[in-house]
Design a protein around this ligand. Structure first.
Ligand code: FHN
Length: 594
């Protein structure tokens, strides 16, 4: 009994440690920003990620158990013996795969580049590899290499093509990273694995599939910075123009990838990418129907573009080679939106005007694109901070100019009674002269024309020891969430000051959205605006654990009154010194009261 318990504990610790390491393994820095081929990547904006392997046939089930989240991790989660798992190949026969159809849907969706798993952590090669027999040609009844026609079909559609490759984790190989349920850690020789499988396979991919646009490395490990550099140098000799993702490790990639499902909180210069699942898993899970709607995809894409990055959205085809019906449907719908408004996404840089209560902006020389997610109640859309000379403002794709007027640096546009697309209607403002870059402006707009304004602490001015910290946590297995919170607020000096530009006088309810450990709860805090003071006592939400949902509370702390429109400072701070932090503040919400 004791022995069983010991092994159970050991297994649980191991599952946690590997998954816990994941955020640490997301090397987010890139060094080689000089790669001449980054230009296409910067303007592409919308990529398609495809996770396809033996796990796609399993669809989230192993023996009699069902799994939810990250279906491509099923071998690890079920601790399936490598030899047993390998037998899945014997019935892997994706006769429904049609390269032209895949590339055709991607084209319709407005996709500019496609990255597909050549080998994921399970160790199975989805292409014809001479390095191993554990590949789709040698080990399955399918006996064909789907990557050859897929690469050709993508190129035919003008879609750039790349491979995902798990360079360190390989649960099939005794010397590969990760599988400690079959192979003892002390017997592993990672160098041998890199020498005999990983690097030779990467060379095959860079030799046999024409010019690749990306090798999307994932989960570095087992190599020193020098060894990683040597590997990269040898690969670059084969295809100097191919881009490498930052997860090659040691800050040696060409562009930055953020964590899974992460958008940085502020606009960022340089080449970078956010990656998202379409449902709650990368690999196909039959019983996961939690797909992001077209509206969610469109807003995610415009949000990422407004910060200067690319969105690569994932689709998980099934074991027969077919995409989930909702992925096809919602990607096509996104493509229709891009057909109308694509000019505001492709080739843009981050918005010169910070996010507003109505939505976000993207930019091109002489043009500012206004992505309207929320319509103002009075139909008057205010664009603050305009110092260029406005020539015209129109709905993108519609030649009829909209009426607008300038008051100081505010441009107010009169919107039509109904907007053509309530998910995101884009206006284009043409201007002459130069427009100042206000993308990092701390002052946030508050307006009573919208149900609420939610302000992240990244825009606060930090005093004393207060600072922001990004918290990563998960809902389902591998379904990561990321939130920036203000932390280290222990004394009244550790205050956050939010500079606000309030557009309308009136009463506003102040809601604090935070996480608070039980031990730190019932501490006195204070919100102030001028002479107005809102005291409160913190409420417990729960402990932070990266493998559990992080719980937040919307704590309404009182009402403030604004006499006249203008600039104000709202302060949040501990009311007295304590040895525990006040809370982890995720946002301040201001709700107009009517
Ligand atoms: O473990 C993988 C996961 O299965 C998936 O491939 C994602 C995609 O970014 N990368 C790893 C986790 O970060």
């Amino acid at each position: 009994m004791m022995k069983k318990l010991f092994f159970l504990l050991l297994t649980l610790t191991y599952i946690r440690s590997i998954a816990q390491d994941m955020p640490d393994m997301w090397t987010k820095g890139a060094a080689n920003s000089a790669n001449p081929n980054l230009e296409w990547f910067r303007s592409a904006k919308f990529g398609l990620f495809i996770h396809w392997g033996l796990y796609s046939k399993l669809g989230g089930r192993w023996n009699d158990s069902s799994y939810y989240g990250s279906g491509e991790w099923i071998m690890n989660r079920a601790k399936a013996p490598a030899a047993e798992y390998a037998k899945v190949a014997q019935s892997f026969n994706p006769t429904g795969f049609n390269a032209a159809e895949w590339a055709g849907i991607a084209k319709e969706a407005g996709i500019k580049y496609l990255v597909i798993t050549a080998k994921h952590h399970e160790g199975f090669s989805m292409y014809d590899s001479k390095v191993t027999d554990f590949d789709i040609v040698d080990a399955t009844p399918y006996k064909k290499d789907p990557m050859k026609p897929l690469a050709a079909a993508c190129r035919q559609q003008g879609i750039r093509f790349g491979f995902y490759y798990s360079q360190f984790l390989d649960w099939h190989e005794p010397n590969g990273g990760g599988n400690r349920w079959d192979f003892k850690e002390q017997n592993k020789d990672y160098q041998q694995y890199y020498r005999t499988k990983s690097i030779p396979q990467l060379k095959e991919l860079l030799t046999n599939y024409g010019p690749l646009d990306i090798v999307w490395f994932d989960m570095p490990g087992g190599l020193t910075p020098e060894q990683t550099k040597a590997m990269i140098d040898s690969l670059r000799q084969l295809q100097p123009n191919c881009l490498f993702s930052s997860r090659v490790g040691h800050n040696l990639g060409d562009y930055r990838d953020f964590g899974d499902s992460e958008v940085p909180p502020t606009p960022i210069a340089g080449a970078w990418e956010s990656i998202y699942t379409h449902n709650d898993s990368w690999g196909y899970i039959q019983h996961d129907l939690n797909f992001k709607s077209p509206k969610e995809i469109i807003r995610l894409l415009s949000n990422v573009a407004s910060k200067g990055g690319n969105l690569m959205l994932n689709v998980g085809p099934d074991g027969n080679g077919q995409w989930p019906a909702y992925s096809i449907k919602y990607l096509r719908e996104t493509g229709k939106w891009l057909h109308q408004y694509g000019e505001s996404i492709y080739g843009t840089t981050y918005g010169l005007i910070p996010a507003q209560p109505w939505g976000v902006t993207t930019s091109k020389p002489g043009k500012l694109y206004l992505h309207i997610w929320h319509k103002p109640g009075n139909g008057q859309l205010i664009i603050p901070g305009i110092n260029a000379t406005v020539k015209s403002i129109k709905i993108l794709g519609n030649n009829k100019p909209l009426a607008w007027k300038t008051t100081g640096s505010d441009v107010t546009v009169t919107l039509p009674a109904a907007l053509p697309d309530d998910r995101n209607t884009v206006l284009v403002m043409d201007y002459s002269g130069s427009q100042q870059d206000l993308s990092q402006l701390h002052t946030q707009t508050v307006s009573s024309q919208y149900p609420a304004t939610r302000i992240s602490p990244v825009w606060a001015v930090f005093n004393g020891a207060a600072e922001t910290k990004s918290f990563t946590y998960s809902h389902y297995f591998g379904d990561w969430k990321h939130d920036n919170c203000a932390v280290n607020m222990l004394r009244p000096e550790d205050a956050l000051v939010f500079p606000l530009h309030v557009q309308e006088a009136g009463d506003y309810k102040v809601v604090l959205d935070y996480n608070c450990e039980t031990a730190g709860a019932t501490q006195p805090g204070l919100v102030t605006l001028g002479a107005q003071q809102l005291p409160f006592l913190t409420l417990a939400t729960g402990t932070y654990d990266s493998h559990k949902p992080m719980l937040f509370i919307d704590h309404a702390v009182g009402v403030i009154h604004i006499d006249k429109p203008g600039d104000y400072n709202l302060t949040v701070k501990p009311a007295k010194a304590n040895n525990k932090e006040l809370f982890r503040l995720r946002s301040v919400v201001l709700e107009p009261l009517r």
